[in-house]
Design a protein around this ligand. Sequence first.
Ligand code: SF4
Ligand code: SF4
Length: 353
Amino acid sequence: MGTRRRLENQYRRFPWLTDIGGIKNAIGEMRGLGYPRQPRLNTASIGQEAEPLFDAPWFTKSIKEKILTHPDNRMEYPFSGERIFEEPLVGFVRGDDPLFQEFKRIIGPHHFTPAEIMAWQARNNGVAPPPAEDMSVVVFVMPITRKTKEENAAQQAWPSERWAQTRLLGEIFSQTVTREVVTFLMSKGVLAVSPDATPLFRKKHYPKVGWASPWSHRHIAYAAGLGTFGMHDFFITEKGCAHRMGSFVVNLRLEPDRQRPADIHAYCRQYQGRTCLKCARRCPVEAITLEHGHDKENCSKRIVRSLPYCNRNYHIFIYGCGLCSTGVPCESGIPDDLRANATQKPGDHSSDS
Ligand code: SF4
Ligand code: SF4
């Protein structure tokens, strides 16, 4: 067999049948099915002095190390060995932050508060649900690599191959990271849950906002002060808007280390009165306009149509796009002329409310 043929065989031949990871991911995202069982709480360890000390710096350090060194933070053929993500940002939100009630109004009444999802986990483990003020949400933002961003920025119609792999393997990896941290905490007697990997995770359709998730990492990252939203609805951080995120709830009081900007669009040039709309020009279906902002329905339809394209060309079962988040001024950082709008740096606790 020739080298070319051998290499081609490393692709899945019938991804709509054989890419089990992709199919499970799609079902899980919509219907909350197919996730591994939740870890059990080690009740024998409850109340014992925690070792290590689970404070905010511990979470920041552990999550950064895990993401940078994890063997699953790797692309598949033909990019085998390349990293999917660079060093993450990590942030914290208090469980009783009033924004969680606001999210029920903005996103939909089905969006969990930390207390609601934690009550489910507590019930499953036969312990009393903790009060909201005794819990926190940990959120991390994993920036996509420069190679993947450059490759997608060169695309005009459909996502690039690295982008498609990142969309699928990156989502699975994000769940792996949260599951491993949650499992470790539960083994140490600390109640924790990752809401987007439970059977309760079901997307719902609302007339005003379209398909909406019951646990929005982006909104939680905003609450943690990690960034703000752009015209394209992606989340712009100090490492840009081309990333994927994860988050989980823990029964610990963790000190937030950033202050969120009051303006939810503080890092978007167009919203801040500069002429930009570069994201709108990148969109192949005009789903972003000055008049109506981001049209989620139009965008979703395009993304669904990318599934056969990725299947046929990249041999994986995934949909995606992200063209408007690459090749734009907010791709890899806060746009230069808006940096002054950035609030606190990590570790600065001076204006915690
Ligand atoms: S490309 Fe420009 S208008 Fe679009 S989200 Fe980024 S900064 Fe805002
Ligand atoms: S993600 Fe949606 S809005 Fe952005 S370019 Fe693709 S179709 Fe357009």
